[in-house]
Design a protein around this ligand. Sequence first.
Ligand SMILES: [Ca+2]
Ligand SMILES: [Ca+2]
Length: 109
Amino acid sequence: MLGVGLRLCCGALTYACVLRLQFIKLQSLYMQKLKLKTWFDFIDADGSGEIDVDELEDPLTSLGLATTHDEVQRLVDAVDDDKSGEIGFEEFVSVITRTTGARNPIKKL
Ligand SMILES: [Ca+2]
Ligand SMILES: [Ca+2]
């Protein structure tokens, strides 16, 4: 992404060029956050703002990532940092970025 930004600049590293690169970087992080929010809202079937074990069971079992309700419960417990019993959006982003190695878009914005 930054390579694209550099090509868009005129060659000299001007202040305007640096601002443009920062804008492209923020735009990319914002798009990552929107994608994660779309996934989160899709799984959060009741729209409560948190994902519970029942909501997560079907997606995980259909992907073969879990086979039993207890296994899904253990996965939720492992990422439930605030011990609410459910996965909030920040916890969801944290586990996705931990497993993919991506940067946490929430902390950057
Ligand atoms: Ca929910
Ligand atoms: Ca939680």
